[in-house]
Write a protein that binds this ligand. Sequence first.
Ligand code: GDP
Ligand code: MN
Length: 391
Amino acid sequence: MDIHEYQAKKILSDFGINVPRGGIAYSPENAEYKARDIGGSRWVVKAQVHSGARGKAGGIILCNDALEVAQATDKLLGKKLVTNQTGPAGKIINRVYIEEATEIDKEIYLGLVFDRGSECIMVVASTAGGMSVEEISKEKPETIIRSKIEVAVGMQGFQAREIAFNLGIETDLISRTAEVIIGCYRAFSELDATMVEINPLVITKDKHVLALDCKMSFDNNALFRRNEVSELRDKSQENPSEVYASDRGLNYVGLDGNIGNIINGAGLAMASMDMIKLAGGEPANFLDVGGGATPEKIVKAFKLISSDEKVKVILVNIFAGINRCDWVAEGIVQALEKIDINMPLVIRLAGTNVEEGNKILKESKINYIQASTLEDAANKAVEALKQLEGK
Ligand code: GDP
Ligand code: MN
C-alpha cells in the first residue's frame, strides 16, 4: 500500500526527522490561509497523488506570494496528474500540500528497500538527489552508495555515519544526517514498510538537514497489525475495480483486452491468459476467485467482470480439486439468476464431480457455451468474440 507525501512526512517527523512546515489544503481560499498561517514569504504547492515525478508533470508549483498559492491550488485541485509513473489515466488530485519553500544547498537521494537476494534491508544513497533512482543508476552510477543492514542486528550507528561520510556531508552535519538515516531505518522496520524514499533529502543554505519529499510503501500482508498505517489508505488513488475485488477477497488485476476471466487459482489464471493469447485473443483481466470459489464469490466476480465496459466475452475456467464442480455450477446458476449477462459466456469445468457440474449447467436456463479443455475454452472464447465482431 502506498501513502501520500504529507502522510509519509508526518511519519518521518514522528521518527525525529525534520521536514518543512506545511499543511493540507482542500480549496484555493484554504490554501492561501494556510500559507499565511505557515508563515514565510515563498511557498511550494504540491499535488498529493500516489506517484513520484510530479515536478516534471507540473504537480509542484513554487509560489512567490499567497495569492499565487491560491492560484496554484485552483489549477491543481480536481485535475488528473499524468506522470511517467501513473500510466496515461493519471491520478486525481484531491488534496494539495502547502509548504514553506526551502533554500536548497545540496540535494541527496536516500532510499531503503528490501534486498531479497541477501535477505537484508538495503540503504541506497547518492549525491545526485532530485533525479529519480532509475535516472541516477543510468546517468550517475558512480555516485551510488549501498549499505546492507542485517535485520536481526538492526542498523548500527557507524553504518549510518559511514553513509553520511561517503556522501561528502560536511563534518558538522554528519551526526544529524546519520540520525536521519537511522530514523528512516526505524520507520521502515517498525512499520513494516517495503520502501522508504527521501528524494531529495536536502542540506539547506542555513545548514539544516530536511526531508523535502518522501515516498513510503507498506507490506499489505502486515497491515492488519499496523492500524496507524492502514488508516492512511486513500482508495481514490487506486484502480476502482481492484479496490472492489480486494475488499471482497478476490485477486483482480485489470488488463487491456476484451475477454473477461473468472478462474480459481493464480496458476490456472496465468495458464488461461497464455491460452487466450495463443488463440489470438486478449484478456481483459486476471481474476482469481480463490480455491473456495463459493457461490457468493462467483456472484461478486460476475458483477465485477460485467461492470467492465471493455469485456465482450466471459470465460469461466474452474478446476475443482478440493472444491466440487457441482457446487461451482450451482454458484454460477445462482449468480446468473441475480445478474444479467448480455454477452457470450464460455464455461469450462474440470476435476471433482465434473459430470454432475455440467449436468446442472445444462439443465439450468443459462445461456452458455460449454468447453472441455483449457485450449477448447480459449478457442471458443476467441471464436465467440470474432462472431460478435462479424469476422
Ligand atoms: P517529485 O517530482 O514528485 O519527486 O516531487 P518533489 O517534492 O521531489 O519536488 C520536485 C523537485 O522540486 C525537488 O527535487 C526540488 O528540486 C524542487 N523543490 C521541491 N520543493 C522545493 C522547495 O521548497 N524549494 C526549492 N528550491 N525547490 C523545491
Ligand atoms: Mn521527489
